[in-house]
Structures are given as C-alpha cells and as structure tokens.
Design a binder for this molecule. Structure first.
Ligand SMILES: [Fe+2]
Ligand SMILES: [Fe+2]
Length: 530
C-alpha cells in the first residue's frame, strides 16, 4: 500500500471542545467550568429539548443575536437529550461542585453578619470543603474564593473531557459558540485527546511539514473506518508556503483581524497580541493566515480573559512556535480565574504573569503591562492589561477594550513612558450586559436594570480621544471591533454600521485625521512598516 507524504489542508479547522462545548478559558478553569455546566449548559439544553421551535425562531431573529438559544435543527432533539444525560452522569461531580459552590456563596451572603466567619466553615456543602476560603472584604462584605491550584489537581480537572473536532471550513460561518454545543457530524474527525497532548503540536506542524500518511493515522489513533475521513483532510500536493519574510532593520506590525496584531522589531524579535488567526477558506475577505507569522514567536501577550482575546483554538495552533506567553496577573476572585494556571494546565510550559508596570524584554523589544480600567461589569477582575510595546525607538500601545474611566491615569503613564507613537484601541462602547459573560458565576440573579447599566463597555469617542491626547499619539488605529466574519461565532456583533461602537469609532478616526494624525479603523488585514 502506498504511503504518501501529506500536509493538512489550509482550510482545516481544529475546533477544541470541552465535553462537546467550544473550549474557552472559563471551561478550563475548574470552578468556572462547574458553574457554567450547572447553570448555563444544562438549563440551556433542557430549554432546547422542551421547545426547539422557540430556539429556531430566536436564532433567525437578528435582535436576539448572541442570546441563549441553541442553533440546532429540531431533529437533533434526541441527540441533545442524550448529551444532557451523558453530561449529568459523566460530569456529576463537577455539577455537584458547581451547585455546592453557589449554595455556599448564598449561605455566607445570608449568614455572615460581620462577626467571625470561622464558624461557617462547618456549614459548607461537602463538595466544596477544602477548596474555598471565606472572608470579608475590607468594607465588611462577605465573600468566597476558590483555591484554583487544588482544583486543577483534583478529579474536577476536566482534561479527560477535552477533545477536538477536525473538519474542513466552508466559508467563515460557524454557530455561536457559547449557546450551541458541537454535535458529532459525518464530515468531522473526533480527536479524543486532552489539549496538553503533543498531538495538537503535531497537527499544527502538519499544516507546513509533510508526514507519511501512516504516521498521521497512527498519531491520530485512527481506526479503519476513520481513514477515508482523515484522507479528506490532507493533501499530497501542498500549495507552497512562502517563507516568512522580515527585513532586518525594519520594524513593522501586521493586523490579523479583531485584536490580533504581530509586531516585529528591527532585530527580528516578535510579539503577537491576542492571537486569533483566520483559516484559509474560500471566503473572499483577504486575510493574513498562520503562514504569515514568523516560525518562532518570541512572545504572545494576552490583554484580558474574554473569549475573543484568549482564543484557545489559535493558541493551540501556535503552541509549538511560541517561546513565552505573557499574561496579566490576576486570579483571587471567583470571577477572575488565573490565566497562568489555565494555560499551564493545557500544556503551555513558559507562562509569565505580570502585574501593572511589570515588564519583560529581549534585545530591542520590551513589553510592559499598563493598567486597563473597566469593561468587566465593575467586578473585581485584575487579569487585564494594556500592553506597551517598545520596539527599538518605536512605542506602541495595545489598549484592547480599556475603558478610559479616568483620563488622569493616562496623563501619569505619559510622564512615565513618554509619548506613545501608535495607539491601538477598541471602541466596543456599548458592550453586552455583564451577565452575558459572568451570569453563571453569580450567586443570585442580578436585577435587570443593574445588569443593563453594568456593561462590558470599552471607550467611546470622547474617552478614546482623551487617551490619544494624553499619550501624544501620532497614529491611532481602532481595532478589536469584532467585525471580521471569521469571529462572528464568538462575538455575535451586530454588523449594522449605525451601532454606537461603529459610529463612535468613525468619529474618533475622523477627529484624529482632522488633527493631522494617521487614523484608521482596521478591518480584515493591514501591514505598516514603521
Ligand atoms: Fe473584552
Ligand atoms: Fe473584546
């Protein structure tokens, strides 16, 4: 039998899953995973089984975009019922932990009355005992935190339920990731391996480095009946990939879509911000793809723990070429699981945590974590940073979704870091109500009006302009607007040009151009040599 050399087709999607849900960081961190499973996934699937027609109508209604509706046809009801049953049996301990965590939280909110909290430990539900610490904030409010390190080492670590669905993309569209489970399908190969497995690095390399088909089948532990499917995902005649070109002495940045930007320094050092890379599909919008990155990426930096900025799918595809991942230091509150622990648990070996003003450097590239205010529903979340990138004499700031709630802070940063030449700023100034992301973690449902007021808002025109003025920027790029078609499945952003974020972005760009600055709203792809 012939054993041809093959590579992965460039439109092959490797979609990471946890217990059949699209994998994002809150499904890796055990406590948030428990709460999402118990209070988001199960009730959502039960609602679909009870009334699939309601879900079908909602999925066709633009104003309900991104809402809790399962985008599956009615004939999937038996399969979804089976998923509920399987989850309730295989994830029983996790669900019990989630329910107990909520119960414990409610218990101390009700019973901790400002006197010593010690006596309440004995009343905690059995599944959470040993994993939580009870305390008062300095203001006297009772609160609870989980000891994540213990959870990762317990049976609640979900790596046995991690897998991937591997299939060829058809265009850029996918069902909304946070409300539709990924059901098995005939054209997708199911790889049942935890994310820490080296098979993900093998597959990532297979996009560029041919391997004998027999080796591919062996690494994927393919059964006889899988061979035809796997053959449909590879090719014997790869399209030649041009070598990644970077001229020594040249500092440049490349925009890959949304908040993902690569900076390469004159010495050839590289940093990739918030990796989110599109596939080479037959869709028409031009894009940079995996082969437009250097073979080795010195640093990846993550701005904050929202799914559109920490995309496990791309991170796994790049793991073998990343030297160091730098993340904002956080953790400590229920709403703020540690990014470092999460990444280490899925196989990243070198993860560095930096607090505000902490920095790392190599040759002519220095990265500094600057404070990032707001955009998290006023929750106590510290794992967020705007990244200051000093590449030789060029200074850039990746502010992501920072909300300029206090312009004075940027005035201080200017005195410490000097002018910032190039600013990248997101302007999602009318974000979702905070329960959209954090609802399953709440001990009690939040009042609707309060939820509407505490939104995941970035800067608007006025606040963005204050940043530009405070930092003395020469070039301003609005990015991270969730507009590219390949990330609709995680942002569900309304593409209407009259939404507040689009209008505010346009205002900022025009105003900055009027001030004589370079200003543009990025879309699709872009490259600038500095
Ligand atoms: Fe965000
Ligand atoms: Fe964002």
């Amino acid at each position: 039998m012939s054993d041809p050399q093959v590579t992965l087709l460039p439109d092959v999607v490797i979609e990471p899953l946890v217990a059949r849900w699209y994998a994002w960081s809150h499904l890796i961190s055990p406590a948030t995973a428990a709460l999402n499973t118990a209070f988001h996934h199960i009730p959502l699937l039960q609602s679909f089984v009870a009334s699939p027609d309601v879900h079908a109508v909602a999925c066709q209604t633009p104003s309900l975009r991104g809402g809790p509706f399962v985008d599956l046809p009615k004939n999937e009801v038996p399969a979804v019922q089976k998923l509920i049953d399987d989850t309730q049996s295989s994830q029983a301990a996790l669900i019990a932990f989630g329910e107990s965590l909520r119960e414990a939280f409610r218990f101390i909110l009700k019973n901790a009355d400002g006197y010593s909290i010690e006596k309440h430990y004995q009343s905690l539900p059995e599944p959470v005992k040993g994993y939580v610490e009870l305390f008062y904030t300095l203001g006297g409010f009772p609160d609870l935190r989980v000891i994540e390190q213990l959870l990762y080492r317990s049976d609640l670590n979900r790596s046995p339920y991690q897998s991937a669905m591997i299939y060829r993309a058809k265009g850029d569209q996918r069902s909304f990731a946070f409300s539709t489970p990924r059901m098995p399908r005939a054209d997708a190969y199911e790889l049942n391996q935890p994310f820490a497995s080296e098979v993900y690095d093998f597959l990532a390399r297979l996009r560029f480095e041919p391997q004998p088909l027999s080796v591919v089948l062996e690494r994927l532990q393919a059964k006889e009946q899988d061979v035809a499917l796997i053959r449909s995902l590879v090719t014997e005649t790869p399209t030649p990939v041009p070598a990644h070109q970077h001229q020594k002495g040249e500092t440049r940045w490349r925009y890959f879509g949304h908040a993902c930007v690569l900076v390469e320094s004159a010495e050839g050092k590289s940093v990739l911000v918030d990796p989110l890379i599109a596939y080479e599909t037959d869709a028409s919008l031009k894009r940079f793809v995996l082969s437009d990155l250097p073979e080795k990426i010195d640093y990846v930096v993550l701005t904050h723990n929202h799914a559109d900025h920490v995309l496990l799918e791309t991170l796994l595809a790049l793991r073998y070429r990343i030297d160091t991942i730098v993340v904002p230091a956080g953790g400590g509150s229920m709403a703020d699981p540690s990014l470092k622990l999460m990444l280490e648990s899925i196989g990243f070996k070198k993860v560095v945590e930096l607090g505000p003003l902490g920095s790392v450097e190599t040759e002519d590239l220095r990265l500094t974590a600057l404070p990032f205010l707001g955009e998290h529903g006023d929750l106590d979340i510290r794992s967020k940073a705007a990244w200051h990138v000093q590449a030789g004499s060029h200074s850039l700031l990746f502010a992501a979704d920072s909300n300029n709630l206090e312009p004075k802070m940027y005035d201080m940063l200017r005195t410490m870091f000097g002018k910032i030449d190039t600013l990248f700023i997101g302007m999602e100034c009318l974000g979702a109500p905070f329960s959209w992301t954090y609802g399953p973690l709440l001990p009690v449902a939040v009042d609707r009006k309060k939820d509407q007021s505490r939104r995941l808002n970035g800067s608007d025109f006025h606040r963005g302009l204050e940043v530009v003025k405070s930092l003395g920027c020469q070039a301003v790029y609005v990015y991270a607007m969730g507009a590219e078609p390949w990330l609709q499945f995680i942002t569900s952003i309304d593409p209407d040009p009259n939404t507040a974020p689009v209008v505010n972005a346009k205002q900022l760009v025009e105003h900055c151009q009027g001030m004589g600055l370079t200003a543009e709203r990025l879309y699709g792809h872009a490259e600038v040599v500095l």
